[in-house]
Structures are given as structure tokens and as C-alpha cells.
Ligand binder design. Sequence first.
Ligand SMILES: *Cc1c(COP(=O)(O)O)cnc(C)c1O
Length: 365
Amino acid sequence: MILMNDFRAEPTELIQQEIAAVEKVIKSGWYILGNQVKTFESAWASRCQVKYAVGVGNGMDAIEIGLRALNIGSGDEVITTSMTAFATVLAIIRAGATPVLADINPATALLDPLSAERCFSSHTRAVLLVHLYGQVRKMDTWITLCNNAGIHLLEDCAQSHLASWKDKIAGSFGAWGAYSFYPTKNLGTVGDGGAIITNLAEIANRAKILRNYGQSQRYHHSELGLNSRLDEMHAAILATRISWSDLFTARRKEIAKSYFDGIKNPLIHLLAEPIDNGNHVYHLFVILCKERDRLSNYLKEHGVDNLVHYPIPVHHQPPCRNIRRDTKGLAIAESHAVRCLSIPCHPQMSDKDVCKVIEVINEFK
Ligand SMILES: *Cc1c(COP(=O)(O)O)cnc(C)c1O
């Protein structure tokens, strides 16, 4: 089976570097909030071309902490997409704020600015963009829209590590960007991890307090925070993996290019290709098919694993059915959910694997 991810096929050299990193942490005798976290935070900040990165427990907490650091909470609305990981919306709710859901563009599955505008109210405090599947597109539209409305532009970058638009890295366009280092993400660890990146010192400082029980100095709790710390072991592993990320991203992009060149089947549509100034990092390669479930089973029978991101839009999840949304409805998110299919696109795939995926897809009738 050609898998969606294959960590066991990673280069031996990388695995050895990770084991050495873990050994160093164990032998150091210091496991939470130490030098490894500091080193990783400054490496990740510099890689993202921002001033600060703050390591946290996971991507969902990164969003919650980011919102709380801006004092966005009870009575405040945050506009986001219904076609995202549930964590995006759950984080808004956990921060005490109210999510409002807008529709997507059918060619990219990214938030549609016109739909987002229809969701504005006097309570709107922010737009939380999700750079879904690894794509960052036309950020000027969002910067203008948020500036004109006097609200924050926020970025969920859990799928867009080192993606960029006009050479600016995902997460650096607005007040902050939230990253996840869940194993399958483009930069991932062997467990949970996350980070907030920002150019604003107040947000970085507030995030450091919030991740550690709201503790401003030892045993002094200035507010009610969380326990959400990136630990030393994951920080050490992530620091090791940063140096592999350009190579891995380049491979993902190469595979995507082969798919664009090779997939030719009238039953299957591809999402839009990246725009000239946009660096799409292909966390996922998503295809569209009216008979998605039949295609999914067919691919599995022919040795090609696949997944759906996402089969149920957030507004159809039971706890979220009453969330306010675009008055015109979320029809595009709904139709995307029944058609989208993610096919293998990970750095350890061989050229032979890529050819096989293309061949099997092209033979689907
Ligand atoms: C993975 C993901 C998250 C959540 O990250 P965790 O580290 O699993 O909490 C949030 N948003 C998006 C778009 C994701 O893909």
C-alpha cells in the first residue's frame, strides 16, 4: 500500500539525529521549559522571519492562547472557515469567543472574502484564516479587508509550514500565526507540539504566561492560564527536523507537479495550481470527484491509501449546528466535503510510487 505518511521510511540519518537529540535531553536532566525549547523557539522564529516564537502543547492550544493573548473572548466574534480541522473552531470556542462560519472558494477550498464580509457584525474582532492543504494565496485582500474593518488578521498555519506569499512566511501577515507539530504535519514531532509566532512582544510575553498556568513569575499567577508547554524532548526533535524541512517540502512540491502533469481523467478535477507569488507546500494533495467514496474504495483496492479532509464541514458537527454563518449558506463547503479526496503526497514517496498513483487514478472509470 502506498501510504498517506510513512515515517518508518524516513532517512536513517534523520532517525539517528532524532535519537541523539532525545538522548541529550534525557541525560541533561531538564525536561520542561529549558534550553531546548528556547533554542527551537529562536530557530523557528528566524525560519519564519518573525521576532518571536512561543512553543506550546499543540496547534489547537496555540490558537486558543493566541486569541486570549489578544483579549478576544466572551462576546467577541471570530470569522473562520467551515472547511477546516475541527480544532480551529474548537479553539475559538475554548477561548470563550464565538466562531462565525464563512464559505470557501471552490477552486482552492480557502475562505472566500465576500462570504467573510457577509459575516461581519459589530462584535467581529478577527478573521482566522486557515492556509488549508499548505496554500497561502492573495494575502493583500485579507490585509486590506481586516485593516478597513479595524479587526485582527490571524492565521492557522497547522498545514502550511514555511508556505509563503511574496516571500513572507505563513503566520507573519497579521497579529500571530498558530502552528501545530503533530506528527503528520509538514514539520512534526513524535507526539504533540505547537507554537505561536508573532512580531509583537506583548503577544509573545502573554503567550508565555498563558501556557504556564497564567504564571507571570514563579508562584505568581496574574491570570488563569493553561498547562500547554512544548517540552524539551519534542523541542529537541523539532530543532533537528527543521534542517530537513526544505528538502522535504521540495519533494512534496515535486510530487504535486507530477500529479498536475500526469493526472488526466474526466471524472477527476484538481484544485487550482499555486499562484505565481504563492509558495504552496502541499501538506495535502486534494482531488475532487463526484463519486468520491467509490474512488476512495477503488484506490485502496489498488494499493493507494487515501483520506478525506474533511468529510463533514464544521457547521454539520452536532455541537456546532447553531453557529452563526453566512446568510447565503455554506453550499460550497458542503459540496467540497462530499467530493474531496486526499491522495498520498509525502516526502518519502519514490518516483515509482508517484507513477503508480497517477496510473491507478487515470484508470478509474
Ligand atoms: C492539525 C490542525 C490543527 C490542530 O493541531 P493539533 O496540534 O492537532 O492540536 C488545527 N488546524 C488545522 C487546520 C489543522 O490541520
